[in-house]
Design a protein around this ligand. Sequence first.
Ligand code: OTU
Length: 647
Amino acid sequence: MNQAALHRLLAGETLGGTLPASAREALFAKRLAANATLLKDLFFSLYPESHHRETFIGLMQLLQERFRLRPVELQRLDLERLNQGNWYQSEHWVGMQLYVDRFSGDLKGLEEKLPYFEALGINFLHLMPITRRPSGPNDGGYAVNSYTEVDPAYGSEQDLARLTKKFRQKGICLMLDFVVNHTSDEFPWAVKAREGDPEFQGFYYTYPDRSIPDLFEQSLPEVFPETSPGNFTYDAQMQRWVMTVFNSYQWDLNYTNPRVFLSMLENLLALCDKGVDVVRFDALAFLWKKPGTDSQNLPEAHRLIALFRLCLQVVAPGVAILAEAIVAPHEIVKYFGEGALEGNECEIAYHATFMACLWNSVATRKTLLLQRSLNHMPRKPSDGTWINYVRCHDDIGLGFDNAHIAALGWDPGAHRRFLLDYFGQRLSWSPAKGAVFMYNPTTGDGRITGSTASLLGLEKGMEQGDEAEVHRAISKILLLYGIVLASPGIPLVYAGDEIGMLNDYSYMKDPKRAGDSRWMNRPLHDWDAVEQLGREHSPASQIYSGLQHLIRLRKQYPVLADRSNQALHPVGNDHLFVFERKGDTGEGLLVIANFDDQPQVINASWLAALGYVREGAYHNLIDGSTRQVRSGLLETAPFELLWISRF
Ligand code: OTU
């Protein structure tokens, strides 16, 4: 059966919305055949055939069953996307990430905010976890009691169904989390394990004594050393130690047990059937553990992710996977799949290195580390794309290589300390108001929390009534977002940043959140400020309108889609970050970003050679102005961002 005929069948116009069983079966058979060899190889490489033949047959049955259950409307979308190719690489996507409860109360409330997204130009939404979670500490929903059931505080299943339908009608892409590495300690499997059921104890890494935990601890780093030191927790009811790499109430799933994989796949496919377009694989670097290693980025973890991907390819090929791998630069790229797995892991990954380097450029006012890190990163496969972001709900990890810091002539330890001091309010001259997160005195490692606006000086500037500081902060916010919006990938706005929301200190008074300063950058959305937008020349209004304008501009330039190239230009001025987006047919857009608080110049002759300056003039798309080069130099104002079009 050819694709067009399948399309007609799935469209169901002549069939009253139903699809003949024979056509569905043919489609399933085709998809399975296309993926079967690799699927089988991967499965038996993790779970030896000698012991797990039956489980593999169980997997095949599960795929068939889930394929039958996949709603026709989503099957149709799957086909559309297969035909469209890399739909996620379009310049048309602009994302926003938000906590539903903090943004709009619940899912119904979120539906009412659709005009807000439309006005700003947002058409890709990452909703932080919305499924059931413990009523006590739950890591913002990253400790799950269910992978599929909506938490009653957020609404009902119907609310979610209605919302996803609305999103589809409006062309909004929905991304939801799949907390693939761990469940809460209240998850049904954990409850059974605690009750003494050995089968479910085998769903987690549980041990009767410290011998194996101690072995693991020799090489396992700590993720939350301040609040959750160590990687194991003793459960008194179960009388066993259980691996808890994150918080003590987040139990790590044991994927060396194939039943865990099958059960989690079932959860994943059920989640996809709710109308999710992208699933965010949380903490996926940690999926496979092995004593004697740091149990991150292991080859088995990659194979496991590929296995999930291939199963999706059979059942729900329109759904993309986002890698949340906040790991070393050369490790991040591997989540797109490499070697035999290229194109068979995640389609999308957070560009954590880029994000971290942007913050480094803010503190140093220099772009050397940014350029060097990007230049040295292995290239991602052309079918993958990045999520580019300035800030998210988590901390900022200083995720760049010490070797690059050293190559610039800086001492890596001292440089990292400087960054923590700059953002963590230990330098009186720094405009940043942030906090140091999870400082580990033994390693000297620490991360940074705080909202974009507060980290860029808006909070301090407003407190001190320092207009110049406020102005600089606004410029810096638009500078960072303008870079991200012109970079290859999906730009993601962290909710609140569009109106310059400051740090929220209320978490300190809430026992469920105190101790985790990431809550500082998870404020309740300020709808009063939104109400006032445009009525006054407030920082919020300036940031909002600036961002809205940049978003509109981005969508007008197909050269900003991920399929076109990015070339970084070393321009001989350490304060500037200059890159060019180039299409196949001569289109081009040049971005110049000044990270310094002084005006900076570059030699314009090579810009003329590239076609961006003609007869001493150039065109800045951002303010629509045509400017003159003076004495052969192009000048940028402090923290200015230019998008220059080609003549
Ligand atoms: C993720 O982040 C989530 O984004 C966090 O909100 C969760 O707390 C965590 O997983 C546990 O579910 O440690 O500080 O890649 O950087 O996975 C953030 C490694 C985190 C980690 C990342 C994790």
